[in-house]
Design a protein around this ligand. Structure first.
Ligand SMILES: *Cc1c(COP(=O)(O)O)cnc(C)c1O
Length: 402
């Protein structure tokens, strides 16, 4: 029996992509080996981070970089660093911002939640959020008007969570910030373009280590050496609770190295074969229409979009997703557009053969709903209420009660 069975954990098939709540990604053997090799040893963490800096600089084109606990941590550290600079007294003073520039400009449409609200990662430091524009647009003029002397930094988020079609492109955003002497920080947690933001002039960019890179939980903070140093100095302040261990640092370095050597074409072909299989099998299921769609933030990734016609399928998109998740194995689909009646299958984190399990479970659940007539009962609002209630209830039982 392995630890998974001993702990009676629910077996998962992940057709959703890289989701923190599922353990993010299939961690690469190289990253696992690196973490295991360093765990029993001691190391000067500053020295290890300096080695990481070299690896990060090579991968991103930045002057320097370091590893931290996760992207959300990287955002807080970067914002804090922009406020304090390399002044330890100021680092220890946060979240009290007396005497510091404390306003952070962010496009209103970038105020997303990745499981927690990005504005909280900013406010955590004592900073104040200055949102510009409207939820789905912002302009150069709006930015220029908002870039007052109290602005310590500006944050730009590139993500599938962002739905802001009429926006200033990242490179222009950075240029506008620089014209006012304001550092531009970019959250690219899920984006595979490691060199783009630095090439566009970003002062700091944060990538997740545990998403597309397939590293252990962590994040890469890359950028201008002075701002990287200021962000890193927060480890002696509010960053203490965001620390990454030696295994996370070396594991992320190994994942970055492996990324540079990975057969990306081969990986894409394997994903394309799964998408083809899904398309062929699921097109035959009543009430489902399927299409292969590209990732819309520009990652070289395709997914299968499944639209559920509830009258024909006898079930709503979210009911189907919830029944898939309640099955064994528990199958997780990508649900960010669920309210509109469709979801996606993402092939990037499947183990070989799991595409068959996914297709068969989807077909069986639709056929079952049609046969039993037990679908179309739960509204999206009710489902969201239940999700929040379950989160507030928590996953724990009373360990003293058994
Ligand atoms: C996932 C994500 C985050 C949070 O990443 P963690 O590394 O899990 O903290 C932040 N921003 C964006 C855009 C994300 O996609």
């Amino acid at each position: 029996m392995d630890a998974f069975e001993r702990q009676d954990l629910t077996p998962i098939v992940n057709a959703s992509g890289t989701m923190t709540y599922l353990g993010a990604s299939i961690v690469l053997p190289e990253a696992i080996a690196a973490g295991a090799a360093i765990l029993p040893r001691f190391v000067l963490i500053d020295e290890l981070q300096a080695r990481a800096s070299t690896v990060i600089a090579r991968a991103t084109g930045s002057q320097a970089g370091f590893m931290t606990a996760c992207t959300a941590a990287g955002i807080s550290l970067g914002i804090a660093g922009a406020m304090t600079g390399c002044d330890l007294a100021k680092v220890e003073q946060l979240p009290d911002t007396t005497g510091l520039k404390r306003e952070i400009l962010i496009p209103r449409g970038h105020l997303i939640s990745y499981g927690a609200p990005v504005d909280q990662a900013i406010r955590l430091t004592g900073a104040r959020v200055v949102a510009v524009g409207e939820p789905r647009s912002f302009t150069r003029a709006q930015m220029e008007a908002a870039l007052a002397p109290g602005i310590a930094a500006a944050l730009y988020v590139v993500s599938h969570h962002v739905n802001c079609p009429a926006q200033v492109p990242m490179a222009e955003f950075i240029e506008i910030c620089h014209a006012r002497g304001v550092p531009a920080i970019v959250d690219m947690a899920s984006e595979q373009d490691l060199k783009g933001p630095i090439a566009a002039g970003a002062d700091l960019v944060i990538h997740s280590a545990h998403k597309f890179l397939g590293g252990p939980t962590g994040a890469i903070v890359a950028g201008r050496r002075d701002l990287v140093s200021a962000a890193y100095l927060q480890n002696r302040g509010l960053g203490r609770g965001m620390k990454i261990g030696k295994e996370g640092i070396l594991g992320a370095m190994a994942a970055l190295d492996a990324w540079a050597r990975r057969d990306h074409g081969g990986a894409r072909n394997a994903e394309a074969a799964r998408l083809r299989y899904w398309r062929e099998h699921l097109a035959l299921v009543p009430g489902l229409s399927v299409a292969t769609v590209p990732d819309w933030t520009g990652n070289p990734v395709e997914r299968l979009e499944i639209r559920v016609d509830e009258a024909l399928a006898g079930i709503r998109a979210w009911e189907l997703a919830d029944r898939l998740a309640a099955g064994r194995p528990s199958i997780h689909v990508r649900d960010d557009r669920m309210v509109e009646g469709y979801f996606y299958l993402d092939p990037c984190n499947l183990h070989p053969g799991e595409e068959v399990i996914v297709a068969e479970a989807i077909a069986a659940n639709v056929q079952g709903a049609i046969a039993r007539g037990d679908g179309r009962r739960i509204s999206f609002a009710d489902r969201q209420r239940a999700i929040i209630a379950a989160a507030e209830q928590g996953p724990f039982t009373d360990g003293t009660a058994t």
